[in-house]
Write a protein that binds this ligand. Structure first.
Ligand SMILES: [Zn+2]
Ligand SMILES: [Zn+2]
Length: 350
């Protein structure tokens, strides 16, 4: 006889057969319920700090009610990894906003910085964004210190009079002290140019060398996926070798993706604003003519000296053509067109 559980009873003619008098009750014991909260929180914190994508954390909280409660505990959220907060621009939603806010409130500097950048540059919430970035900067978050330095250098979110070069240099120096490559490069150029600080060419050169050495040390290993090596952006180092660039910060990647959408790009251009020409930076202007232009060709714009220096080595060195040459070329084309017109006119008259 076939039972619901798939087992077969012995045949009725067997001597010792006796039909089951009642259903056997199977009591399932869930050992997970017996685990103390502290232990589960400790395991979840470890998973959260090593997550490779936001979905790694979200999928855990969706398994059961207890996991949902413990997975959103401040102890777990405060340890969330950089990659677990790498929200993509096309997936931005109120729940993503709430998740980053909860992480930031739980004490995650990374979440405060990422949400601050998104609010400041993408959602036009300047004061809320700046406050979040400041919270991360006060916790010695190097990227937040550098971003606030750019805000001070450019007077972002305000007018030209809001530029504070000395504050920018001070923030940049703090970020450079923590080893931020772009801050080291920015500080080097500020010292060489005497921008916001007393000019000191030798000291500036020293910072630029440090930035290059650190860039070399942080060179990303080739990214692999299913055994295949992907092409990575490489830059020629001042030491004469090609260095694979490290991945941009998720906040920069978010901004680049956000403004890559045709509708948003049109909105920015309609306001007469421009994006930083270094695509991996993603920062937009917050007012017209905020960014510096290449003084040679005038066709590219940068939020900072560091972006300009990196883009020069990546691409612009081979693209930059002096404006006079553009003018000469335009004059030559105009003259050629005029000659053609005269020649055509002569033919018609003949
Ligand atoms: Zn930039
Ligand atoms: Zn140029």
């Amino acid at each position: 006889m076939q039972t619901r559980s798939g087992s077969v009873y012995p045949k009725p003619d067997t001597e010792y057969y006796s039909p089951p008098s009642r259903k056997r009750r199977i009591v399932a014991v869930d050992f997970f319920d017996g685990l103390p909260d502290d232990l589960v929180l400790s395991v979840l914190s470890k998973i959260s700090s090593s997550a490779h994508a936001p979905s790694d954390v979200v999928s855990i909280t969706m398994t059961c009610k207890r996991m949902n409660e413990l997975g959103t505990n401040p102890m777990v959220l405060s340890k969330a990894s950089v990659r677990s907060m790498a929200v993509r621009a096309k997936k931005w939603s109120d729940s993503a906003d709430r998740f980053l806010k909860r992480c930031a409130d739980a004490g995650s500097l990374e979440a405060a910085y990422t949400l601050g950048m998104i609010k400041f540059y993408c959602l036009d919430s300047r004061s809320a964004g700046a406050a979040l970035m400041a919270r991360a900067a006060m916790g010695s978050h190097a990227a937040a210190l550098y971003s606030l330095a750019i805000v001070q250098f450019n007077g972002s979110g305000g007018c030209k009079a809001h530029k504070d070069l000395r504050a920018g240099v001070a923030l940049c120096a703090r970020s450079a002290f923590l080893g931020h490559v772009d801050a080291l490069r920015e500080l080097g150029h500020c010292l060489q140019d005497g921008y916001g600080v007393r000019r000191n060419v030798a000291e500036g050169r020293r910072f630029l060398l440090q930035a290059n050495a650190r860039e070399l040390a942080e060179a990303a290993p080739p990214a692999t996926c299913q055994g295949q090596i992907h092409q990575q952006q490489q830059v020629r180092s001042d030491f004469g070798c090609d260095v694979p660039l490290a991945e941009p910060h998720p906040a920069n990647r978010f901004m680049a993706e956000w403004f890559a959408a045709a509708a948003r790009r049109k909105e920015v251009e309609a306001g007469g604003l421009r994006l930083c020409s270094l695509a991996r930076c993603g920062r937009p202007e917050t007012r017209r003519h905020e960014f510096r232009r290449c003084s040679v060709c005038g066709t590219v714009n940068y939020c900072s000296r560091a972006c300009q220096a990196l883009h020069w080595r990546l691409a612009h060195k081979s693209e930059c053509v002096p404006m006079e040459q553009w003018a000469d070329a335009a004059a030559a084309v105009a003259a050629a067109n005029a000659d053609l017109a005269v020649a055509d006119g002569g033919n018609v008259n003949d």
